[in-house]
Design a protein around this ligand. Sequence first.
Ligand code: SD4
Length: 353
Amino acid sequence: MNFSRAKIVFFRSLWTLFLCDIICYPMKISRRMLLALGLTIPSSGLKTKIFEQNAITFPLGSKIKVVSTWPFGISANARAWELLQNGSPALDAVEQGVRVTEADPEVTSVGYNGSLDRDGRLTLDACIMDHQGMCGSVAGLEHIMHPISVARAIMEKTPHVMLVGSGALDFAMSQGFPKENIITEDAIVRWRKWQQSQKAPPITPENHDTIGMLAIDSQGNLSGACTTSGLSYKLPGRVGDSPLIGPGLYVDNEIGAATATGVGEAIIRVVGSFLIVELMRQGMQPQEACKEAVRRIVKIHPKTHPQLQIGFIALRKDGEIGAFGMRKDEFSYSLTDSIHPKGIVIKPESWLG
Ligand code: SD4
């Protein structure tokens, strides 16, 4: 950059900051808020710095809420909501919330009675993340009813983030988690049926779901949890997005949180949940951020995306929610808050809508 160009950039930057302060100061909003409202500042490298310097501040206790993927999230939300209302931290709420789904035999894609892999084994994936950026994760965990609690124990009791397979099982047992048979007759019947037909079942919410849950507590802190049995009849050893911090779940207490459901391979390729949080950091609305993550999946899969079941949800620090799916009329999420204390199922827009 020559000297006069540098001078122009410098004075333009000063002018932008000056204008921004004139707008922001009387209204007591930060520059970051202004950006979050969709107003952008001319480029010169300033945008990132402004985000790093100003924290968004919100009234405490005014935004308690919980969102989770799919209609079965309603009963998980109910448990989380109970805890949030009692003033429990969001971390407890999301853990206890998704435990409801993990133990529910009606949900055949999470925890107990989950879907088996190609060889007839039930291998579970889960992760959890708190408002301090701490996280824990398990993949390919067998014989344990509540992988989400093992993920939390890894976060709190080890220096690690992720344990897999037999190591995860040994750790779980060392922490007193009972080794149980969580494969049901029903799961075996479904698996045998698949073996006979030897082709992948159609992708429907019945055979292909994860619960991802995001919550804000009375202190205004965010946490998230995600748990699944993964893709039905997957190759043994296959790991999807759900136990991966970044693709399946991400929480940044300054900005917001996001989680995902759907074909894990596609979600991993765009690091979906982290991407959404980072887009919100840059001022994108939660809904637009979720849509952009789907758009990037479409870009990578120009021909096959109509076959990909994908759903993202995002919860911004101020309580604003966003969601977006890939296939028409497929993805939905559950919201529980003071306006909907019994929970409501919402169908967001989709790419192929
Ligand atoms: C996975 N994301 O293992 C999970 C599965 C899922 O809706 O969410 N299906 O790829």
